[in-house]
Design a protein around this ligand. Sequence first.
Ligand SMILES: NC(=O)c1ccc[n+]([C@@H]2O[C@H](COP(=O)([O-])OP(=O)(O)OC[C@H]3O[C@@H](n4cnc5c(N)ncnc54)[C@H](OP(=O)(O)O)[C@@H]3O)[C@@H](O)[C@H]2O)c1
Length: 240
Amino acid sequence: MQQLVIGAGSAIAKALIQQNLNQGDSIIAVSRQAGSLEESSAGSRLQRLQCDYTESSIDAVCAELRESGIVFDRVTICNGILHHEGLSPEKRLENTSVAPLETVMRINAFVPLMWVKALKPLLKLNGKPCVITALSARVGSIGDNESGGWYAYRASKAALNMLLKTAALEYRREAKLVQFLLFHPGSTDSPLSKPFQKNISPTKLFTPEFVARQLTRLQGDLRPDLPIQFLDWQGKRVEW
Ligand SMILES: NC(=O)c1ccc[n+]([C@@H]2O[C@H](COP(=O)([O-])OP(=O)(O)OC[C@H]3O[C@@H](n4cnc5c(N)ncnc54)[C@H](OP(=O)(O)O)[C@@H]3O)[C@@H](O)[C@H]2O)c1
C-alpha cells in the first residue's frame, strides 16, 4: 500500500508509520522537521518531505507528489496542538483571547483543509480507492460537550469536522473513490497529552502503538460509499 502521512512528527503518526513500514507499505512522511523519524528498517520505502504548513509550502509538496505520479491508498493528517509556547487550554472565558484562538484554529482546522484542497487535483486522478483520515477529537463534538473549557481546541476540532464534512461532499462529486474518516484516538500518551495525564487512569491512557493499530484496522474496514465518518478508536460513532 502507498501511504501519505502528514504531521509525521506526531507520536501517533510515528507509530502508524513504523507499523505500516513493517507490513511492507511505502510511506511519504511530511513534517516540519526532516529528521524526526526512525528509519532503521525502512530503506527506500520511507520518503520524508519537509513542509512548514504555509499554503505555498503545502502546494509545493502536492505539486511534487503530482509530478511523481504516485497513487495513494491512504492519506492521514495528524496535525493538532492543545498547548504551545505560551498557550494552554482555557479553563474559563476570561482566559480566551484572539491570538491563541487563531493559532489553534489555523493548525488544527485550516492546515488540514489546505491539504485536502491541494490534494484534490491529484486524488481526482488517483484511479483507485483512497481513505483520507484526519485526527479529530471527541471534545470537538458539539453534542457531547457537557464539561466545557478548552475553547480553542474544542472549537478547532469542531471546525475541522465541519470543514472536512463539507469537503467530503465536494470530493463525492469530483473524486468519487475518496473516502473520509475523522478519527478520535482516545487519550493517548504523547507530547500533546503529557501535561494533562495526571487525571487519566493508566488503563484509559493508550499507547500510540495501540491507537495506530486501531486506526489501521478502521481504515481497512471502511465501506466505500459511506458519507464521512466520525469514529473513535473502537470504531464507534462519535456524535457530531
Ligand atoms: N494524544 C491524545 O490524547 C489525543 C486525543 C485526541 C486527539 N488527538 C489528536 O491526534 C493528533 C496527533 O496528536 P499526538 O497526540 O500524536 O500529538 P503530538 O505528538 O504532540 O503531535 C503534534 C502534531 O501537531 C503538528 N504540529 C505541531 N505544531 C505545529 C505547527 N505549528 N503547525 C502545524 N503542525 C504542527 C505536528 O506536526 P510535525 O510532524 O510537523 O511536527 C504533529 O503532527 C492531533 O491532531 C491531536 O489533536 C490526540
